[in-house]
Design a protein around this ligand. Sequence first.
Ligand code: FE2
Length: 391
Amino acid sequence: MKPQQILTELIGCRIKSPIYSNEGHLLLKQGTVIDTAVLSKLERHSISPLDLLNKLTKDIPVKGVLDDQEMEKSLKVVKKVFENVLNNHSKGIGATIPDEHLKLVEEVINFLIESLTGTGDLLYTVSDMLENEPYTYKHSINVSILSVLTAKALKYGTEEIKNIALGAFLHDIGKMLVDQSLITKPDLLTSAEKELVNQHPKLGYELIKNIDKLPYTAKQIVLLHHEKLDGSGYPYSIKGIEIPEYVRIVTICDMYDAMTTNRVYRNKMPIYKVLELLMHDAVYKLDRKVYRYMIENICVFPPGSGVVLSDGRIGVVAFYRTANPTRPHVRVIDLETDITDIKVETVNLERKRTLFVADTWDVHEFRKGFKATPGFGELPHRSNDTVEQKH
Ligand SMILES: [Fe+2]
């Protein structure tokens, strides 16, 4: 279902009071039935469908597991560490991670673990606020957060969780040593280019293998995070028990974040679809137990995200309880609404058991589409249904 269909919510409604233009001319009489022509007329007079969206999303707190300030602070550290490696490498100086940078990384990891282990009822959500930050940096933090939550659910001890988080934080550092035009290339890579990008686990490992302060666990994660249980991964195509469980944790969290994030070459996919695709891979390629524990920590319908109910109504998630995350409370447009004073109502799916979430739509893209092309211009399409993981 396309986001534009949010407009069809209004079609068939009757205008309750006459609408006048700014100049005072009567635009639409009381009782007029709304159809697409009426909507176009309203739009020409600056009554935008964006108003509907604003009504739907008003006062819904949209927030990741870390707040944006905390996320920004952590990102600064990733940037510093990764860019130092990149700069030294491009100048031909042997790249490394200096002690003072390692200390900063450790501080971020300690902070993440502290914020994520305090509450028992935290579900993983990511905010769109820092979307303009480079993907690799955000990805490092997101994968660290999700790996900590998963390792915690799997009952790992604090020291081991810390080591896993360090590995997750650094897992893609080898990408700094690959030609950057390939990392940011908007098209799919050729097989020769893919081979170069696929060197990043080995390059990352070479970079950190002699750093005594880094634990063995973290080094193995950097080297093996693209290996798959059926031997279809890289760089060594090792199988099954040759891949430690702590590596498998980061592998799944890495894939999850890559698929649920917008990339230069494709749009993000809805969370429920990503979980389905990963479940499929969990049969032979991924660890089923790790998958099961990871999904326990994921909020499938986070507040502020767009959903379509099984009766066709389009809405936005207003609230969920951790005990029942797939039955959120959804804000929809009241069908009895007055176009000049749009009303919304909240459907509590915990109580309305006959209804369920049938589909999702991307609120963020919808809003961006309006900014880019005011009015009823071409809107962005919703998330693709294909997984094209480039690297
Ligand atoms: Fe990677």
